[in-house]
Design a protein around this ligand. Structure first.
Ligand SMILES: C[S@@+](CC[C@H](N)C(=O)[O-])C[C@H]1O[C@@H](n2cnc3c(N)ncnc32)[C@H](O)[C@@H]1O
Length: 200
């Protein structure tokens, strides 16, 4: 498939993502709900109030909401939000346009779901992402999802170095579960790990 022409090169700008959603160029898009999330939900003793930062098409929203999990999905790209709302139909109300770094939740969050959001950011922004995750979660609350480990200097996706990511995460979180991703799409294949971190 030919790569479309884009004018915005900065992934920290909503316009970068707007352009890609508008042209349906979404190589990160899994098109569904990963089995690890479904299993995590099935094992949870109770529904957790969930936040999905940088939700993109937000496939997980329907699955969470149908299972009775209170879920809010945010994205700062108006085009992504419009596309997610259109696709989610009756569940569109769970999606809102917001910048993760200034987002203030209406209720306490028990679970943040991570997929292709951290790796959408240049690494220089990661400490801020992790600080905001930590600020949004009370002690004991959970952050779970997929972490992309790769050393390529250019992105997105920007991959993590294990020791460097641990050094950023461990002051705020304890790793309580991990396993290689079962169904990675091509762009993340072999380099994606499901992890669950608990807020200290
Ligand atoms: C690589 S996409 C991943 C989308 C989705 N999580 C998925 O797995 O398909 C990254 C998403 O994060 C959004 N995003 C990037 N920075 C953001 C920010 N500061 N606040 C909210 N959304 C942001 C982008 O608009 C884009 O939809």
């Amino acid at each position: 498939m030919a790569i479309p022409h884009f004018t915005e090169r900065d992934p920290l700008a909503p316009g970068f993502w707007d352009e890609r959603f508008a042209q349906h160029f979404m190589p990160w898009d899994q098109g569904g709900v990963p089995p690890e999330l479904a299993r995590f939900m099935a094992r949870s003793p109770a529904p957790l109030t969930t936040l999905i930062p940088g939700c993109g098409m937000g496939y997980e929203v329907r699955h969470l909401a149908q299972a009775g999990w209170p879920v809010t999905a945010i994205d700062f790209s108006p085009t992504a939000v419009e596309a997610a709302k259109a696709a989610l139909g009756e569940f569109a109300g769970h999606v809102q346009q917001a910048d993760f770094f200034s987002f203030v939740p209406a209720q306490a969050i028990g679970f943040i779901y991570e997929r292709a959001f951290l790796c959408a950011m240049p690494r220089a922004r990661w400490a801020d992402v992790i600080a905001q995750w930590a600020a949004l979660l009370a002690p004991g609350a959970l952050l779970g999802g997929f972490f992309f480990y790769d050393g390529a200097p250019k992105g997105p996706p920007f991959g993590a170095d294990r020791a460097a990511l641990d050094a950023l995460m461990q002051p705020h979180f304890v790793l309580i579960d991990e396993a290689p991703a079962e169904q990675s799409i091509a762009v993340f294949a072999g380099k994606e790990i499901w992890q669950v971190w608990q807020r200290r």
